[in-house]
Ligand binder design. Structure first.
Ligand SMILES: O=C(O)CCC(=O)C(=O)O
Ligand SMILES: [Fe+2]
Length: 357
């Protein structure tokens, strides 16, 4: 069988079509972004947990200077709309730095009205922010644009699945298809961000994607709890939620994909390489245990963290509109697909980040 999970990836190390600003550092060393610090980091937003974000005046001006309008999402503690963007026709180089700063300030950016965005332009824009991870499974990749992951519940005329849509219920450890996660957190250098473009919007308006702010979650903890978590490492496993039966039933090549992705250890509290802010970095999607803790004790702590981090006060629910392209920071947010019974298709790029520290 084929594991239909949005998971096994390889890095596309092909030539980038555009420069990227993050210095991705290999061999276990931590990288920083030169570009942002040269031009000054956006001042961290000073807001209490869950108040509305404000747009830093300098960033607003910089956006206007490159013809963009950035509008914090109303009534939300994070997230912003980016208006007047044209990802097909606007020259990208001048706007990339503004978009990067806006991402750091707002965590998730919603580019409206990108109906004409082609897979090629989607990939081109993504590459300004880093190299891209490619899906290891042929059926997850868009033919002709291999850097795109097709997130879809649709089938073609021949009955073949058009893409991947979470984990198959029949293969899932507990029958659930979707879980809170940070994309590819089981990699040594997980993605800094992902860009998701809606192609087929469910007719009934279902299929929201939820985002939860792990910076606010960490900052909202009492200092004793923060100190306790700061010393811990957690294990992340690609096939955590695949049932044992489904794992055993896999053919050798599919199992080899999973075996190439052993459990990865990351700090429970990570530091953002560009803002320096701390956030929680565990998820029900991929985190299997706490290093050095008995299984039951580690699980109890994780269960507590999964409940704590998914509280509504940390969550922004994105209701997709036709033409939306959403760019989020995987280093600060978890996300969750609510799914749909109706046809729904999105294209995603997944941008490599730094080794977690
Ligand atoms: O389908 C969705 O809403 C989100 C899917 C997802 O987790 C992803 O594309 O990374
Ligand atoms: Fe995801």
């Amino acid at each position: 069988m084929t594991p239909l999970i949005s998971n096994p990836y390889k890095l596309n190390t092909g030539n980038n079509m555009a420069p990227h600003t993050t210095k991705s550092v290999e061999n276990g060393q931590v990288g920083t972004s030169s570009d942002i610090s040269d031009s000054g980091l956006p001042t961290p937003l000073s807001h209490d947990c869950c108040s509305s974000p404000v747009l830093h005046p300098t960033l607003a001006e910089e956006a206007l200077a490159v013809g963009l309008e950035i509008r914090p999402l109303l009534g939300q503690s994070f997230g912003a709309e980016v208006l007047k963007m044209d990802l097909v026709n606007k020259p990208m180089a001048p706007i990339v730095n503004v978009v990067r700063k806006a991402l750091l300030a707002h965590k998730v950016l919603v580019f409206r009205d990108q109906d004409d965005l082609t897979p090629e332009k989607h990939v081109e824009f993504s590459r300004y922010f880093g190299t891209l991870y490619q899906h290891a499974l042929d059926e997850a990749r868009l033919p002709g644009a291999e850097d795109i992951v097709v997130v879809s519940n649709e089938v073609d005329e021949a009955g073949k699945k058009k893409g991947i849509n979470g984990i198959e219920e029949s293969q899932s450890r507990n029958g659930r298809r979707h879980y809170w996660h940070s994309d590819l957190s089981y990699m040594a250098a997980p993605p800094m961000g992902s860009m998701l473009h809606i192609k087929v919007l469910p007719a009934d308006g279902s299929g929201d994607t939820l985002f939860a702010d792990m910076v606010q979650a960490y900052e909202g903890l009492p200092s004793e709890k923060q100190s306790e978590l700061l010393s811990l490492q957690a294990l992340h496993l690609f096939h955590k939620n695949l049932s044992k039966e489904a794992y055993s039933a896999m053919d050798a090549s599919a199992r080899a994909v999973l075996e190439n992705l052993p459990a990865m250890s990351h700090p429970v509290v990570r530091t953002h390489p560009e803002t320096g802010r701390k956030s929680l970095f565990v998820s029900e999607g991929f985190t299997t245990g706490i290093e050095g803790m008995e299984e039951a004790e580690g699980q109890a702590l994780l269960d507590w963290l999964f409940d704590y981090t998914s509280q509504e006060k940390f969550v922004y629910r994105h209701k997709w509109k036709k033409g939306d392209m959403v760019f989020w920071d995987n280093r600060m947010l978890l996300h969750f697909a609510t799914g749909s019974e109706l046809p729904r298709t999105l294209y995603r790029t997944t941008i490599k980040g730094d080794v977690v520290f």
